[in-house]
Design a protein around this ligand. Structure first.
Ligand code: MG
Ligand code: MG
Length: 437
């Protein structure tokens, strides 16, 4: 678990970024009803958790800065014994101060009243508008109310700035404590991948592999997935966000396993593709080794010397050249790349940021250019080739093959570190695991 000192430092960094006479407002995630009267497992909003360390719903954190005085206000439910009896202990106002570093704490019912005071004559508000429509309406009402007080010497805030921009930039660079939690999530994910690979045999259903994976996650303290598992046998792998996981795994098919867990709120995201019966066919092996070649070449372009987009570009080159060699594409390499000929087979980007969210926050492009990579950033490297059944112009022997290989890569001072390097991915390693069971 991260210490309160870490959350305090993050809030201080946000205070430092705020102008004088300004207020930041951060809201906890909403609860979501899954079925009548039953809510989904609660997951705190990433920004809110990042700044407060608090996993409780129905909270607001307000950072107030005036004449270099920085005050952290916290609003949450009162610690009502009846509520606690049903739903477990609440932080309460005393807890927010003594355990979570708030300078001042109030019941959530007082939020409207207190915000009108805190926003009076405030120059700028930092707020993530557009993310919680129900709260946006409340925020608007405060501004409208304050505008009506102009003749009473009270001015409404002059500027509203997107808080996400500041916090997302902070979240993009991971510190050592965060890296330890991410590594733990990746290690658990890797064990689940190996378990799935060992367990898999023809005739099983995709959901049986999902059960093995979820067992491994929960047994190791990763209580939640970072996204719903994709267990895609055969041609199901050609559906990028396949999630039914209810089909039989057939002898002779591959299965694509794209899974992520959450450990102490930090995500992993790994994909392995392996043969259901333990042995790649020549066609499966050819596609698999091409994806692996593309991934290894792409990873070489991750580091402080490179920018977002460089690694993807290399993966496109390797895949297009390889598809030509296999006879799946025909023509001049440069022209095929220019005309996006690879896109029917490789239609997604190489990867995404990873951290508190599996698809973590942060801009990829600045002024239309891929942003330079910096130490502490983590991105996935996940090229794939997907050949839909009945693809015109493609020999039938390739139909229904879908392969993706995904690792989580940290940008370091002098290059990169593959955080999931311990999870086997060569053809030999995978066939060895299957043969050794
Ligand atoms: Mg993935
Ligand atoms: Mg991914």
């Amino acid at each position: 678990m991260l210490s309160q000192e870490i959350f305090k430092k993050r809030r201080q960094k946000l205070f430092d970024a705020m102008i004088d006479n300004s207020v930041s407002i951060v809201i906890s995630a909403s609860e979501h009803e899954r079925t009548n009267d039953v809510v989904s497992a609660y997951r705190q909003d990433g920004n809110f958790y990042y700044l407060t360390g608090i996993k409780e719903s129905h909270c607001a954190a307000v950072l107030f800065k005036r004449k270099d005085q920085c005050v952290y206000y916290f609003f949450s439910r009162v610690r009502d014994p009846l509520q606690c009896q049903w739903f477990g202990d609440l932080i309460g106002q005393d807890g927010a101060i003594s355990n979570y570093g708030a300078d001042s704490a109030f019941p959530l019912d007082l939020l409207d009243e207190k915000m009108l005071t805190l926003l009076s004559n405030c120059r700028r508000v930092y707020y993530s508008f557009g993310r919680r429509p129900e709260f946006d309406a409340r925020f608007n009402a405060w501004i409208v109310t304050l505008r009506k007080k102009v003749r009473a010497a009270i001015n409404a805030p002059h500027e509203i700035t997107n808080l996400d921009k500041i916090v997302h930039e902070m979240r993009l660079i991971k510190d050592a404590d965060e890296l330890a939690l991410i590594q733990k999530a990746i290690d658990i994910d890797g064990q689940a991948q190996i378990r799935a690979c060992k367990t898999c045999k023809p005739g099983m259903y995709e959901y049986e592999l999902e059960a093995e994976i979820r067992y491994e996650f929960v047994k190791n303290g990763a209580m939640h997935v970072s996204f719903d598992p994709i267990i895609a046998g055969g041609a199901n792998a050609c559906t990028l966000h396949y999630g039914a996981n209810n089909q039989k795994l057939n002898d002779g098919d591959l299965v694509l396993v794209d899974i992520g867990c959450e450990y102490e709120y930090y995500a992993s995201d790994l994909t392995r593709t392996f043969p259901v019966n333990g042995k790649f066919s020549p066609e499966q092996k050819a596609i698999y080794e091409l994806v692996l070649e593309a991934q290894l070449a792409a990873i070489e372009k991750i580091g402080p010397k490179y920018a977002v987009g460089d690694a993807h570009k290399v993966s496109v080159e390797v895949i297009t050249r390889g598809l030509c060699k296999l006879g799946i594409l025909q023509g001049d390499l440069a022209t095929l790349i220019k005309e996006d000929a690879y896109k029917p087979f490789y239609m997604h980007h190489l990867g995404h940021w990873m951290g508190l969210d599996a698809h973590d926050v942060g801009e990829y492009y600045i002024d239309g250019k891929g942003r330079p990579l910096r130490p502490g950033m983590i991105q996935t490297a996940e090229p794939g080739i997907y050949i839909n059944p009945n693809t015109p112009g493609v020999d039938k022997k390739w139909w229904g093959i879908g392969v993706r290989i995904e690792d989580d890569v940290l940008v370091t001072q002098d290059g990169y570190k593959v955080l999931s390097a311990a999870v086997p991915k060569t053809v030999d390693e995978i066939e060895h695991i299957k043969a050794a069971k």
